[in-house]
Design a protein around this ligand. Structure first.
Ligand code: AMP
Length: 409
């Protein structure tokens, strides 16, 4: 089935064609007709499946059939600045042959230019919850004419502790609206949230729940923690990998690894919540341009990053929150392109791998790389013993530095 047969506005079809999309992805095929019929939607869609176009195109189609007014008609909420930027960029691409205007609203940067952009008139706002609420509370934005409300990566929004902000935002939007909720993973929290947000929603699921894209090869190497850096640099160097996204659990760990890898001769930068937005944007741009070979990121900082041709993801440390594994490796293998996700597991991280396997419902079968076999005669370090995973919310706050990230909004 083609985009044309979905009945989308010709101005959108032209932009889709120019983007080089030949046919709709499965989530687009499933969601676009339902959204066009004005239904509320709860959609399970992994990163990289084309979900942004799945909700953006039908909304743009509806907006094009309306009289132009300067009020905000659509709000897209995302958990992080990076995802907001990504969604905004996509909307601009798809709307480039229309007069529809969008404004991007997120924290960590000055509020004034955003207020000016809002005042200049906008049909669509793409925002992170904290900064959006700042604008609503100080009166620089009203959403009384809102028709479409989209929650992108709702699971991550809940994990990051945005529940109160969501409740507060909901009090300020009309009840009579179309609401679309997209989530990579589903759990009780998401179902509970959906009950407060959605009106008789259609459930759309493409592929199985909590699974990773099929085009990603997953490898796990067991290696001692103190040899992980050496192995990472060795693999990148000897296999001539370019554009490698590496995940660490902590901001400090990201900085240290980037510094050490530079010493190994691999040009590497790090991004995390303690870096200014400008520094994060610059690091990401240089990575995309191929000026840096590896980018070390914490989970929060990497969320929403869309890098075409990103072939390699390395889990330098396995995540405390097993679902993050899906989000991490979803950075590669996007839109049908093949990808490799390599996890470096130290013997004390086995319990984290078990949690990941449980979420994936798959066994990952760790291997030893000759020359980097773990030294099992070493006595376990303190903290090497098996622990129970911290609660989702606390683990995320502790391990990913969400607290400081949000304070900066
Ligand atoms: P998303 O899941 O929205 O982050 O999209 C992942 C990537 O797929 C982005 O780079 C999109 O530009 C691309 N994409 C979206 N829809 C299509 C399509 N129908 N055909 C090819 N690429 C697409």
């Amino acid at each position: 089935m083609s985009f044309t047969s979905l009945g989308l506005n010709p101005a959108l079809l032209k932009a889709i064609e120019e983007s080089g999309y030949e046919k709709p992805t499965p989530i687009q095929l499933a969601a676009i007709p339902v959204i066009l019929k004005h239904n509320d939607v709860m959609a399970g869609a992994q990163t990289g499946t084309g979900k942004t176009a799945a909700f953006t195109l039908p909304i743009l189609h509806h907006l094009l059939s309306q009289q132009t007014t300067s009020t905000v008609k659509c709000l897209v909420l995302t958990p992080t600045r990076e995802l907001a930027q990504q969604v905004f960029k996509n909307i601009q691409t798809y709307a480039k042959h229309t007069t529809i205007k969008s404004v991007l609203v997120y924290g960590g940067v000055s509020i004034q230019p955003q207020t000016e952009a809002i005042n200049a008139g906008s049909d669509i706002i793409v925002a992170t919850p904290g900064r959006l609420l700042d604008h609503l509370i100080n009166g620089s934005l009203t959403l009384s004419d809102l028709q479409y409300l989209v929650f992108d990566e709702a699971d991550r929004m809940l994990d990051m502790g945005f529940k109160d902000e969501i409740t507060n935002i909901l009090k300020r939007v009309p009840a009579n609206r179309q609401t679309l909720l997209f989530s990579a993973t589903f759990d009780d929290g998401i179902f509970k949230l959906s009950k407060t947000l959605l009106n008789d929603p259609q459930l759309i699921e493409v592929g199985e729940r909590n699974t990773t894209a099929k085009d990603i090869e997953q490898i796990v190497y067991t290696v001692d923690a103190d040899r992980k850096r050496e192995l990472t640099s060795f693999l990148i160097g000897s296999k001539n990998w370019r554009r490698v996204l590496i995940f660490t659990r902590t901001k400090q760990g990201a900085d240290e690894l980037a510094k050490e890898m530079c010493k190994d001769g691999i040009k590497t930068q790090s991004i995390h919540g303690d870096k200014s937005q400008g520094a994060r944007d610059k690091a990401l741009a240089e990575f995309k341009e191929g000026k840096t070979r590896a980018l070390v990121a914490t989970d929060v900082a990497a969320r929403g990053i869309d890098i075409i041709d990103l072939q390699y993801v390395i889990n330098y440390e396995l995540p405390y929150v097993a679902e993050d594994y899906i989000h991490r490796i979803g950075r590669t293998g996007r839109a049908g392109k093949a990808g490799l996700a390599l996890s470096l597991m130290s013997p004390d991280e086995e319990w984290l791998l078990k949690a990941v396997e449980e979420v994936l419902n798959t066994q990952l079968l760790p291997q030893w790389l000759p020359g980097y076999e773990p030294d099992l005669t070493k006595p376990p370090k303190s903290g090497r013993k098996k622990q129970s995973p911290p609660s989702k919310k606390n683990a995320r706050k502790k391990a990913l530095g969400v607290q400081s990230n949000r304070r900066k909004r």
